[in-house]
Design a protein around this ligand. Sequence first.
Ligand code: AMP
Length: 120
Amino acid sequence: MAYDPENIFAKILRGQIPCRKVYEDDHVLAFHDINPQAPVHVLIIPKGAYSSLQDFGANASVDEIAFFFRAVSKIAADLNLVEPGYRTLSNAGLNAGQEVPHFHLHLFGGRPLGPMLARP
Ligand code: AMP
């Protein structure tokens, strides 16, 4: 999937669209999902232009990948999700129903999250 610089998260990164920011550093931005599916539902995105987890895992630098997952752990800890537990999820491509073509990790918490996948 070619990266579309007009996707909504690219616009958030450029400050063209507001977000409810949770965390930011030189490599990563995290903000509340506009349509939360749990009491805590945060989206964590790299600042680099990667269209999906597939693209990020294959093409990001080792540093970008490390900074990203260090940030995920910090955000989960800052939101007090470590002890009660949390879930991360990344939709990649059509079968997963990925809507926004900028790699993002969903971070869910704040209640027992139930089964991993909805039944068809
Ligand atoms: P996905 O289906 O994995 O691509 O998820 C995209 C997510 O982005 C959905 O959970 C949407 O609710 C969320 N979303 C879309 N637009 C915005 C926005 N402007 N601010 C925050 N979250 C958004």
